[in-house]
Design a protein around this ligand. Structure first.
Ligand code: IPE
Ligand code: IPE
Ligand code: MG
Length: 242
């Protein structure tokens, strides 16, 4: 890595979202079960979270379990649920100490009652923390989120004439976060896989060719440099045309 890249760029995105992908392939290359890849991924999440706080990122959203991931073998699904439970048990105190506010996006009601209770407790405990908001996308799907928002508006009797982008934003699971500035998908896959499909309309994307269990603070810093070099135009022009 170039020496200058050890530093941080001047422009740091407020909100970074990550599709943590490649745990299974990481494990397969090592002749390990897929769950070993997921466990290795948790270790990287811990480091990346710490780095995100240190780098001054204010919102971090992580895609950890999609609405489609229920279709995986039941052993893997159970293993992933156990991992979520373990992470809350082991990491909550440290996250709280570091000023991390935990939020959940997705349908919590799809989880076991015990797990729902743990997640609710973690959210309640950390709700006043201000250093970094960590949105955990678990049982999350972008299409499902839009359906949930439409249902919410209908249930609240919202007048169709009042539906605009701000209104939709208020009904999304991410209503309390700004749209992501940067979305990172690890593992080399070049697709959205139902993640933040409304919110990422004008996000910058990077696709590091690294499996999630190999992604750490250095790779996050590299992604931030990539982001800092982009020119965000939002459909307009940056300089007046002569
Ligand atoms: C991402 O890694 C983690 C989850 C989806 C839970 P994968 O499990 O999708 O890993 P690959 O894509 O099979 O390598
Ligand atoms: C997206 O990855 C979901 C998560 C990382 C949690 P997947 O591995 O499930 O997505 P596809 O199947 O490659 O599109
Ligand atoms: Mg995958």
């Amino acid at each position: 890595m170039d020496q200058s890249e050890q530093k941080l760029p001047d422009i740091i995105p407020t909100h970074v979202a990550i599709i943590m992908d490649g745990n299974g392939r990481w494990a397969r290359e090592r002749h390990l079960p897929r769950l070993a890849g997921h466990r290795a991924g948790v270790e990287k999440l811990r480091r990346v979270l710490r780095a995100a706080v240190e780098f001054g990122i204010r919102y971090l959203t992580i895609y950890a379990f999609s609405t489609e991931n229920w279709e995986r073998p039941s052993r893997e699904v159970r293993g992933l649920m156990n991992i979520l439970e373990d992470v809350i048990d082991r990491e909550l105190a440290e996250m709280h100490k570091n000023g991390v506010q935990l939020r959940h996006i997705g349908r919590l009601e799809g989880l076991s009652p015990e797990l729902q209770e743990k997640v609710r407790h973690a959210i309640e405990l950390t709700k006043d923390n201000k250093r970094l908001v960590l949105n955990v996308a678990w049982n999350y799907g972008g299409r499902d989120e839009i359906i949930h928002a439409i249902q919410g508006m209908i249930d609240d009797g919202v007048d169709s004439a009042d539906v605009d982008e701000d209104m939709v934003h208020r009904y999304l699971f991410t209503s309390e976060s700004p749209d992501p500035d940067l979305v990172i998908r690890t593992s080399g896959e070049l697709r959205v896989s139902n993640f933040l499909i409304w919110q990422s309309a004008y996000s910058e994307w990077v696709f590091p060719d690294t499996y999630w269990p190999d992604f750490g603070p250095d790779q996050l810093r590299e992604a931030l440099w990539d982001y800092a070099r982009r020119e965000r135009r939002f459909g307009t022009v940056t300089a007046p045309i002569a």
